[in-house]
Design a protein around this ligand. Structure first.
Ligand SMILES: *Cc1c(COP(=O)(O)O)cnc(C)c1O
Length: 456
């Protein structure tokens, strides 16, 4: 402290309203002075602030946006520990798999379940625990890459299992699996991978879970999306049309899958997590493997997951943000859009648009929605609002889709849009990339809104 030149300290103090800890302001001030541009200190501090995590308004219409952490959840955090590994009945050491995992088993009809950090970890653990140094048979049509670099052949490799490919990209038959099993008697598993974010159309053939489960080795189904039950008992009325082709956990287990793996933060609507559910003895082998310790979830994740599991058991979709967004009546969304457009004023108008589930779920399926449109590309100024608004540009207009916005944020969205309109499209003070809903990330996340180019 003592040796800091007063000018740096004074400069840091003069930009205190940026809201960063003093040490980070000092760093910005020092960099600016070193660059001979002391006036840039504020801009540098603002860049630092922009790089931090913060809540945003998701107006992209991609309900589960991988770049925005997929399923949104409310925060709830009194500063108290939880009985993560304490058995409250006996006072002795318990298991972190004893709270939410049985609820998940019950919801899916599985004998047992465990929770890990994410879907990729679930697949990795299953392969490592049940198939290390042994062959695993997979259809060539399912050797997919899922958003952010989950590649089935690479995960297989990392687990120590040996990939045996069968069939062709577009057609795989039961006889192909049979031949592979006959050729190598040591096959540990058949793995069926949900293609998630893409679809093969035309002259195609694949083998159902029911047929594959007749083979003499256990069938593992990597479902990814985590739709619990295709009859959606937690929703009033019939399952929504956009779910029609999405395979579900309960039905896959009932059709004979020995294990199913899925993510917590896709159609399940919970925090980032992975679930392994199915036959008790196979789940137990996964839980005993050394990797299980490396991919175990923390108490915050487990308690958030438990809240969602309890909501499903109560059949209360209204307390699961994803299902609330996904099933919100389109007329209500239009009314909200009208209120927001009116608040923003003249350049804003209500527009019909389409939302998508996102996170590689139900590819090609759109959910009718309404948004607020303004001419031009306002993505950059919207990202720089106090509560950043993430929107998309389509046909030369900025569109804020109200389906992915929580109604309690409509006012924040209106304020942000009004500010962005006032600032105008050219807010390149800090020369951030003006394209891309989330700026830097251009990697495919499996989130492809219909006809929009900005939120991949
Ligand atoms: C999303 C997905 C994964 C990866 O899950 P993460 O939770 O993102 O790690 C694996 N397999 C399938 C089929 C998926 O859809």
């Amino acid at each position: 402290m003592a040796s800091r030149p007063p000018s740096i300290d004074a400069l840091a103090r003069s930009i205190a309203d940026v809201g960063l800890p003093h040490a980070l302001l000092v760093e910005a001030a020092r960099s600016a002075v070193a660059a001979g541009e002391p006036a840039e200190a504020r801009a540098m501090a603002e860049e630092t602030a922009l790089a931090l995590l913060r809540p945003v308004v998701n107006a992209t219409g991609v309900l589960l946006h991988t770049n925005l952490g997929r399923a949104p959840l409310g925060a709830h955090s009194p500063a108290r520990p939880a009985n993560v590994e304490l058995d409250l009945a006996t006072g002795s050491r318990g298991s972190r798999q004893s709270h939410v995992a049985p609820l998940l088993a019950r919801l899916t009809g599985a004998e047992d379940a465990i929770v890990v950090n994410n879907g990729a970890a679930a697949v990795l653990l299953v392969l490592a625990a049940l198939a290390a140094s042994r062959p695993v048979v997979v259809s060539r049509g399912e050797l997919v890459e899922i958003g952010g670099g989950f590649r089935v052949p690479e995960v297989m490799n990392s687990s120590g299992a040996h990939l045996v490919e069968v069939g062709t990209t577009n057609r795989t038959r039961l006889a192909d699996y049979r031949r592979a099993l006959d050729a190598s008697p040591d096959v540990a598993l058949v793995l069926k991978v949900h293609q998630s974010n893409y679809r093969i159309v035309g002259f195609t053939e694949s083998v159902s879970v029911r047929e594959l489960s007749q083979l003499p080795v256990p069938l593992v189904v990597d479902l990814g999306s985590g739709l619990l039950d295709s009859t959606t008992p937690w929703l009033e009325g019939r399952p929504p049309a956009w779910l029609a082709e999405e395979p579900a956990v309960r039905q896959s287990l009932r059709a004979g899958a020995a294990l199913v793996t899925f993510s917590g933060d896709k159609l399940f609507g919970g925090p980032q997590a992975g679930v392994i559910a199915g036959r008790r003895e196979l789940v137990a082998r996964c839980a005993r493997h050394a990797l299980a310790r490396a991919v175990r979830p923390g108490g915050l994740v487990l308690s958030a997951l438990q809240d969602v599991a309890l909501a499903y058991l109560r059949r209360d979709a209204s307390s699961i943000p994803f299902w609330r967004m996904a099933t919100s009546p389109v007329d209500e969304i239009r009314e909200r859009a009208a209120v927001v457009a009116e608040k923003v004023g003249s350049p804003a108008s209500v527009t019909a648009c389409s939302s998508v589930p996102g996170a590689g779920s139900a590819p090609g399926q759109a959910i009718p929605s309404f948004g607020v449109a303004v001419a031009g590309d306002l993505l950059a100024p919207l990202r720089r609002c106090d509560t950043p608004v993430i929107a998309r540009v389509q046909d030369g207009r900025t569109i804020c889709d109200l389906r992915s916005v929580d109604p309690s944020d409509d006012g924040v969205l209106a304020d942000g849009l009004a500010r962005a309109v006032a600032v105008g499209p050219r807010d390149d003070r800090l020369s951030g990339p003006a394209s891309g809903a989330t700026g830097r990330s251009r990697r495919s996340s499996g989130d492809t809104p219909p006809r929009a180019t900005e939120t991949r």
